[in-house]
Design a protein around this ligand. Structure first.
Ligand SMILES: Cc1ncc(C[n+]2csc(CCOP(=O)(O)OP(=O)(O)O)c2C)c(N)n1
Length: 374
């Protein structure tokens, strides 16, 4: 029998449940507590605080006209940081906008990350990519695409290739909730399941696709349930609960490594800030909604837990804030002083053997004095 259509997307749905570990007061649910060592939690916390501060500083730089564009993940730090901790060096990461920082957890230098936003000579991409679209071969992370969705099939393809090469590695592919309405998502899910690709596909459901609320761009009751239709084990996790996200991602990656195939994870979260520096969220959502989500802040929640464990206190918090402030401030100062990418590098990297016309243009450029700087 065909049932009536339901009322649309919800934050609570008994069909898929919601995996959580952290409680409001900072204690853990004994039934789900994965007993992650405190040292690891402290490391996660440090990265979350660093990212929060970095995002705030980069937005300020953009507002001051010192960089062109930035996309912050404020309120959504648990997913990228947990991913960085769970991923092994051989794994590949295919981020969307909110997960570019995974590479920082995997050892990519902050200096080079910031230089990519400036697009100057410190940028490994030589200033050729849009600001805030970093990538790092050394940490197996590709650039996110400004188009919505393509990183999911790319992650599946990479995972399938690694499987064919009998590598013990996993690909992590990310999207927002809006991206699950794109054809790329569905093609990727079909392939991932049919070829049992060792991939972990994560959707950060932050409730908005720029100004479109999730409930308006899908009639599905949850995002997680979409994965089940493709035959992919799919879970919904509290995306603001570092312990829960870490547990789910680690289990999914382990399963993929053991040959168990893909997992789809819907992480329920909220974008506290603007979509990007090109957006004004006060035009389409209420302060009350934002305030209610601030109470579930992932950094504060982990802090409450660590305080309960006696692992942090007021003094250590103050020290950490000061230390990270100095680190980020020094990096920005150093990077901003770097010159633009070398003019002649314009001709590098595209052809192994540059054709005659490019050789000619290169010679001409070499003879042309640089334009006066403003
Ligand atoms: C194919 C395509 N369509 C539209 C856009 C414009 N656009 C940029 S971000 C975005 C919303 C993305 O929402 P979601 O996938 O939920 O991710 P979020 O930004 O919320 O993390 C849209 C529609 C785009 N970049 N690419």
């Amino acid at each position: 029998m065909i049932s009536e259509p339901h009322a649309g997307l919800r934050d609570s749905d008994p069909d898929v449940g919601l995996f959580t570990v952290l409680r409001e007061d900072g204690s853990t649910d004994p039934a789900t507590d994965p007993k992650i060592p405190t040292e690891r939690l402290l490391l996660a916390y440090r990265h979350m605080r660093r990212l929060r501060l970095l995002d705030a500083r980069m937005i300020l730089l953009q507002r001051q006209g010192r960089v062109g564009f930035y996309g912050a993940c404020t309120g959504q730090e648990a997913v990228p940081i947990a991913t960085g901790l769970v991923a092994r060096p051989d794994d590949w990461v295919f981020p969307a906008l909110r997960e570019q920082s995974v590479m920082l957890v995997r050892g990519f230098p902050l200096r080079k990350f910031v230089a990519q936003v400036f697009g100057n000579s410190g940028d490994v991409l030589k200033g050729r990519q849009m600001p805030s679209h970093p990538s790092g071969r050394q940490v197996h992370q590709v650039s996110w695409s400004s188009c919505i969705g393509p990183q999911i099939p790319q992650a599946v393809g990479a995972a399938w290739a690694m499987k064919k090469e009998k590598k013990d590695a996993v690909a992590f592919g990310f999207s927002g909730d809006g991206a699950t309405s794109q054809p790329d998502f569905h093609a990727a899910m079909t392939f991932a399941a049919a070829f049992a690709a060792p991939v972990v596909i994560v959707c950060q459901n932050n409730h908005w696709s720029i100004s479109v609320p999730t409930a308006r761009q899908t009639a599905s009751r949850t995002i997680a349930v979409k994965g089940r239709a493709y035959g992919i084990p799919s879970v919904r996790v509290d995306g603001n609960d570092l312990l829960a996200v870490h547990t789910v991602l680690e289990a999914a990656a382990d399963r993929a490594r053991r040959g168990g195939g893909p997992t789809f994870v819907e992480a329920l979260t909220y974008r506290i800030g603007a979509h990007s520096t090109s957006d004004d969220p006060t035009r389409y959502r209420t302060d009350a909604e934002v305030e209610s989500w601030k109470k579930k802040d992932p950094v504060d929640r982990l802090a409450r837990h660590l305080r309960r464990l006696g692992a942090i206190d007021d003094a250590s918090e103050k020290d950490l804030e000061a230390e990270l402030g100095v680190e980020i401030g020094d990096v920005i100062k150093e990077v901003e002083e770097l010159p633009p990418p070398a003019r002649m590098s314009l001709f590098d990297d595209v052809y192994a053997e540059p054709p005659w016309n490019l050789r000619e243009q290169r010679e001409l450029l070499a003879k042309t004095p640089p334009a006066p700087s403003h």
